[in-house]
Design a protein around this ligand. Structure first.
Ligand code: M6R
Length: 612
């Protein structure tokens, strides 16, 4: 989604802004722009539709804009089509205020009409321009930028992160946030604002996370933060625990490929600090046995791949915990009048920690007095800070839009939480607890073994990449894993794909199977392997071409029926999706590669979805 960077320092701002925007390209955008201020030339603004390269060319790499103070933005259109005029920064009518914005202003039309009646002229279709004009309106009344920003924030409704510069303020940029992330960066030669830490990580790892309602005044030497009443606020600094190399491709063709390969290590980092002396220890989420007993219902809420993690956990947790587990799409949950109460444990899963629907669902759960636990990757993100408890997945920065390592670390963290709760509830016996825990610790090595043998998957991708519709089938955990395999494929290769619970085929979908239809059959879940095989036979009988993913134990049997088979190492059945998903990720990757798709930045998609 949209990205913001701002810089106040002593060197030229434009190249720094362009570089920061480039580091946020992965989030998805359709236009970009920068505004820079200098003593001699005042405010200078350049913006354009299209890729950042277009902005780079337009500004000659930033050389055309002069000054040590500036803001930059990558836009993902919400109000008004992607074009040069609707791109940010937006400028007030008199031209002395430039503003960039992430989020949505809900009452912009009403304010726009009011301003039009006051004689203000608008040039764009955006909600953001309304804020720039309103700010100028109030600034003309009170002649203090801070006061004017305060007045604007009291007037607008919706979500926002703002970066603002004003030609009357040569040294300072102003930032404000509500429901959209904004980070303050304390650098050596200047200070920063950014919506995403990757934008500024090259310059500083010393950051502070702005809270809702806060306003920051950023100069080269200071960052002063105020609350909504303009009372100064002391911010706590955090040190980002990864460096710039973690957010770079490091010689790989795509971030997605790099991130697939990083999975064993990411999984190890997520698991190992949480296993001590043969027990799961969750320092950030400890509960007494009585508290655990008082949980009558568990909700897992998420979107996209994070939701698919919830699907796997539902199967596992209901078996291990003997408690009802409901998995909910955040966008549905928030409007469904959910049956959450003080006996509900509500788990929200989010890589970014900024997904608006997930955040809104979590707030609704909190309002209903549910106890919330967030499983999040991005440290300091909004969901992480608002949840009652947070457990971080230690996947490191995930840049590719299609998630891989974040999904895998979410899975294992949910396995750990399941074991922890099962132990407290007394529903998992000691032998099974030990068996799962020991297999969890063996997962990184087994994932490495899968990744060491990717040639067959490359071959299958080159054999099947031309299909225009692909079905994933499986039962139980294989079905949940198929949902993720199918999403991976469709989001990066643009091939139509659906995942079905195999047993449902005969209730309708099997009518779509005809000679040559590609079916990816998942048969890794041992307890239901025989049933899964019957479904493979069923689709083969109708002429389907079957690519199967199974385990070493079942390889031979599967090979007798399927046209092509990939086998992953065996592990405890509840953990099998952690291994089975890897060939599916690789299959999607190589199919997309064959089709020449923009793998890291698929069309129409954004890395974190901060609008509804
Ligand atoms: O950051 P989140 O985990 O909350 O994001 C949820 C989905 O938007 C995300 O998983 C999306 O489906 C990915 N593109 C899948 O690869």
């Amino acid at each position: 989604m949209c990205g913001i960077i701002g810089f106040a320092g002593r060197e030229e701002a434009a190249p720094i802004l362009l570089e920061g925007l480039a580091r946020m390209e992965y989030r998805g955008y359709d236009s970009a722009g920068i505004a820079v201020r200098s003593e001699e030339r005042g405010l200078q603004v350049k913006k354009t539709k299209g890729r950042l390269q277009a902005l780079f060319d337009l500004t000659h790499g930033g050389a055309d804009l002069e000054g040590p103070l500036g803001i930059g933005h990558t836009r993902w259109a919400t109000h008004g089509e992607p074009n040069d005029i609707n791109a940010h920064p937006h400028i007030s009518e008199k031209g002395n205020i430039a503003l960039v914005h992430n989020g949505i202003i809900e009452n912009y039309l009403e304010i726009k009409e009011h301003l039009i009646r006051q004689g203000v002229h608008f040039t764009s279709d955006t909600d953001t321009e309304v804020v720039a004009q309103l700010l100028e309106f109030h600034y003309n009344e009170c002649h203090s930028m801070l006061e004017a920003v305060g007045r604007v924030l009291r007037r607008i409704e919706g979500s926002y992160a703002f970066g603002i510069i004003c030609s009357d303020y040569p040294n300072a940029l102003i930032a404000a946030r509500k429901d959209s992330p904004l980070i303050l960066g304390y650098g050596k030669g200047g200070n920063f604002i950014a919506s995403d830490v990757t934008a500024i990580i090259k310059y500083t790892r010393d950051v502070a996370y702005m809270d809702d309602g806060e306003i920051a005044v950023v100069t080269a030497d200071h960052i002063d933060v105020f609350d909504a009443e303009l009372t100064p606020v002391e911010k706590q600094h955090s040190l980002v625990d990864w460096d710039v190399s973690a957010a770079e491709k490091g010689g790989y063709a795509h971030f997605m490929y790099k991130e697939i390969l990083e999975q064993p290590e990411a999984v190890r980092k997520t698991i190992s600090p949480r296993i001590r002396e043969g027990r799961v220890v969750l320092d950030e989420f400890s509960m007494t046995a009585e508290e655990a007993q008082s949980i009558s219902r568990i909700f897992i809420i998420a979107c996209g791949s994070s939701y698919h993690v919830g699907m796997v956990s539902k199967y596992n947790w209901e078996r291990l915990l003997r408690r009802p587990v409901e998995v909910c799409l955040a966008s549905e949950f928030r409007y469904s009048d959910p049956l959450v109460d003080e006996h509900s444990l509500v788990i929200v899963i989010s890589q970014s920690g900024e997904t608006l629907d997930t955040m809104a669902a979590m707030r609704e759960a909190k309002r209903l007095r549910g106890r919330t636990l967030a499983i999040v990757n991005v440290v300091g993100s909004s969901i992480a800070r608002e949840a009652d408890h947070v457990l971080y997945t230690w996947a490191g920065p995930e840049i590719a839009v299609a998630t891989t390592k974040a999904y895998s670390t979410q899975l294992v963290l949910m396995d750990l939480v399941g074991l922890y709760l099962g132990d407290l509830l007394g529903t998992v016996d000691r032998a099974e607890y030990d068996a799962i825990l020991s297999e969890l610790q063996a997962l990184p090595e087994k994932m490495r073994a899968v990744l060491a043998d990717i040639t067959p998957i490359q071959y299958f991708a080159s054999r099947y990449f031309n299909h225009d519709s692909i079905f994933f089938i499986g039962r139980n955990l294989d079905y949940a894993m198929g949902l993720e395999g199918s999403l991976k494929l469709k989001e990066i290769s643009y091939i139509h794909s659906e995942a079905y619970a195999s047993g449902e085929l005969k209730h309708g979908t099997i009518s779509l199977i005809e000679p040559g239809t590609l079916v990816v059959a998942l048969g890794t879940y041992g307890p239901l392997f025989d049933k899964a095989m019957s479904n493979v036979v069923e689709v083969k009988a109708r002429g389907a071409e079957v690519l199967a993913v199974t385990t070493e134990t079942f390889r031979e049997r599967m090979e007798k029926t399927a046209d092509a088979t990939v086998a992953v190492p065996d592990t405890h059945p509840v953990l099998q999706p952690s291994l089975g998903v890897v060939p599916l990720q690789l299959f999607a990757y190589y199919v997309a590669l064959q089709r020449g798709c923009d793998i890291d930045k698929p069309r129409n998609l954004a890395k974190s979805v901060t609008v509804e």
